[in-house]
Design a protein around this ligand. Structure first.
Ligand code: DX5
Ligand code: ZN
Length: 220
């Protein structure tokens, strides 16, 4: 039997007026990681949260903080997010001039390094950096907003990346972000993903529904 995927709720869909409570609720409901979407209104057309909020949330759970940086420049903020309590820091190649250096910097801070590919970014972008990453994130929507529809063409990319990961012989996570719900989750997992980000599909219905929502995403 296939292993259930890890679920990383995106707190972008949480109630921002009570983020600490929301994080405790998804932790208790059985999530695996906490996905934190950081947006700057420049790299993407939306503004969300910064390192001070990550730091304030850190005491509310022991689960890994999966911090997705949609900011440019990105290098100048890596230390701040690491100090704030990020466990995984994921960056877009388009967000800085030297992605290899950025990934090395993240690892030098003792954090897991992730690279994220936009819908139009080719999987071959990974070819000379795959040894420097612990996670590959495939955007199945254009970054910037929650609640968008899953872009089916990304399934082929997930399959291609899974093959590349298998070739390395290393245990690199393959995560999918955007439009993931109980219908699209099995497609992403079937294509080779092992971590699912889900904002809308986790937080829908309020705290009383979180456990049920997470179970549905895991296919349980
Ligand atoms: C988009 C973010 C996502 C997204 C997920 O830029 O990276 O994490 O908000 O939201 P849903 O699950 O609602 O598509
Ligand atoms: Zn994200």
């Amino acid at each position: 039997m296939a292993t259930a995927p890890l679920i990383a709720p995106s707190i972008l869909s949480a109630d921002f007026a009570k983020l600490g409570d929301e994080i405790r609720a998804i932790d208790a409901a059985g999530c695996d990681w906490i996905h934190v979407d950081v947006m700057d209104g420049h790299f993407v057309p939306n503004i969300t949260i910064g390192p001070a909020v990550v730091k304030a949330l850190r005491p509310h759970t022991d689960k890994p903080f999966d911090v997705h940086l949609m900011i440019s420049p990105v290098d100048t903020y890596l230390d701040a997010f690491a100090e704030a309590g990020a466990d995984i820091i994921t960056v877009h190649p388009e967000a800085g001039p030297h992605i290899h250096r950025t990934l090395q910097h993240i690892r030098s801070l003792g954090k897991k390094a992730g690279v994220v590919l936009n819908p139009a970014t080719h999987e071959n972008t990974l070819d000379y950096i795959i040894d420097d990453v612990d996670l590959v994130l495939v955007m199945s929507v254009n970054p910037g907003f929650g609640g968008q529809s899953f872009i089916d063409s990304q399934l082929r990319k997930i399959e291609a990346i899974r093959r590349k990961i298998t070739d390395t012989g290393r245990d690199i996570h393959l995560e999918v972000d955007g439009g993931v719900d109980a219908q699209t989750a099995p497609l992403a997992i079937g294509a080779g993903a092992d971590v699912l980000v889900a904002g809308t599909a986790t937080f829908r219905g309020g705290p009383g529904k979180y456990a049920e929502n997470i179970k549905a995403l895991k296919g349980l």
